[in-house]
Design a protein around this ligand. Structure first.
Ligand SMILES: *Cc1c(COP(=O)(O)O)cnc(C)c1O
Length: 431
């Protein structure tokens, strides 16, 4: 085979030079596709809304401080940009579930305290120390691992202890707390910084739920009092998630850990009502909208049954628009079965058939004005209409959290209204 042919073959295998990606202010942190390149579906993240929500929540809980929970890629919004936006809005610290999530923040120059919400595995202890993450512990082994790493690295670390007062997921039993605290305060390289707990039903609407949270608070106060008798006083005590911070002022202690509220959602009616009372007319703003563009339009006869399963007969001759986003992107199939709508041209439109992996079909009825390139809103506002993650959650029997976190990694996150760069440093709350 002549040299030239081989060269051409090799060149062919490498394929043509990919076109330069358009400059999209993408967060770059969520998932595998971070450029809007040829994708005609995207999630728009309004960082100004996040900053606003952080500001509203940090004012509401004063003098307690706000720790912004940015686990799970900032509830699907993109952890790095969300972290910066919350710090701009007055959060004084961040919390994540995994060491890797904290490392991602540090590698993107996010400074300030980052609390790990669960004890990490032994293999992650060194990374947690190296990146200056604040561990939570609740076992003697957990403390021993950090003590050993601190000695190896010749580095001190602050540590929080978590008490299980009724969530029964992770945490030390109240009776075990004094011994754990003793192990911490006796080690010169470990600093006992925080004591905390977590609520399973702070968002509950029933008297029983309310009573349960109150009992948890009593147990937690007991653990605090036990330490005080031994003259041990943690710098920061915290218990409340978004619901706890809003519904139970006595649960705010020195700091609250808010997640969902930062993203513009409140978990349930009781929380919503308590927020309205406490926030003096202020509102939280959903920060994420899920958008796409129509790629194809066809007119189908009455009775045609688009998509897999041929589930639904068109009730009339209809314009059907195909939109390139599907269940692989976090648009659940059950949305079709449960009668979800999308917005095109500021109007609500039903799905014409089953959600597929990569695409949906929308029934635009007699509306021949719908054209390829038209914007489709799956979540968010268009004209006077709005579809929220709560609306989807209601249709699907779940909660807004799962909808937001479920938006898939191949949906580019496009950031709008970014705050002035702060270099990731903690900026004081804007008065
Ligand atoms: C996720 C989480 C939070 C945040 O809860 P929201 O309901 O989103 O405010 C707070 N604390 C812990 C321990 C969590 O795991």
């Amino acid at each position: 085979m002549p040299d030239g042919t081989l060269k051409r073959l090799r060149a062919g295998m490498q394929g043509p030079t990919p076109p330069k990606a358009p400059k999209v202010p993408s967060d770059g942190t969520v998932g595998v596709v971070t450029q809007a390149r040829s994708r005609r579906a995207w999630a728009e993240i309004d960082l100004d809304a996040i900053t606003h929500n952080a500001r509203v929540l940090s004012r509401l809980v004063r003098p307690a401080t706000l720790c912004a929970v940015v686990k799970a890629h900032g509830y699907g919004h993109g952890a790095v940009s969300v972290a910066r936006a919350t710090l701009t809005g007055g959060a004084l610290g961040l919390a994540v579930a995994l060491v890797d999530e904290g490392v991602e923040l540090r590698q993107n120059n996010v400074h300030g305290p980052i609390l790990l919400l669960s004890e990490c595995g032994a293999d992650a202890v060194d990374a947690a120390m190296a990146y200056g993450l604040t561990p939570t512990v609740y076992t003697a082994e957990g403390i021993a691992q950090f003590a050993q790493a601190a000695r190896m690295l010749g580095q001190r670390t602050s540590v929080h202890i978590k008490v299980d007062t009724g969530m029964h997921r992770v945490g030390a039993a109240p009776a075990d707390v004094p011994a754990l605290v003793r192990a911490l305060v006796e080690d010169p390289l470990l600093r006992f910084e925080g004591l905390w707990t977590h609520f399973p039903v702070a968002d509950g609407d029933s008297a029983e739920d309310r009573a349960f949270t109150v009992r948890q608070l009593a147990l937690f106060d007991g653990a605090i009092a036990d330490l005080a008798r031994a003259d041990v006083h943690p710098d920061v005590i915290h218990a409340a998630n978004t619901a706890g911070a809003i519904v139970f002022p006595q649960a705010r202690y020195g700091m609250v850990r808010c997640g969902i509220g930062l993203y513009g959602y409140l978990p349930g009616d009781t929380v919503g009502a308590a927020f309205s009372t406490a926030a003096g007319g202020q509102h939280l703003r959903p920060a994420l909208s899920l958008r796409a563009r129509v790629v194809s339009v066809r007119t189908l006869a009455e009775g045609e049954r688009p998509s897999y399963g041929r589930m639904r007969a068109l009730p009339q001759r209809s314009v059907v628009a195909t939109v390139p986003i599907g269940y692989a992107d976090g648009v659940p199939r059950a949305l079709f079965s449960n009668g979800a709508h999308v917005l095109i041209g500021g109007r609500r439109r039903p799905l014409a058939g089953m959600v597929t992996m990569d695409q949906i079909m929308v029934d635009c009825e007699e509306d021949t004005s719908v054209q390829p390139g038209d914007e489709v809103v799956l979540l968010g506002r268009q004209g006077d209409e709005e579809i929220t993650a709560d609306e989807w959650a209601g249709l699907l029997g779940t909660i807004s959290y799962e909808i937001l976190c479920g938006i898939g990694p191949r949906v580019p996150r496009v950031v709008i209204n970014a705050p002035e760069p702060t270099g990731g440093s903690i900026t004081p709350p804007i008065p």
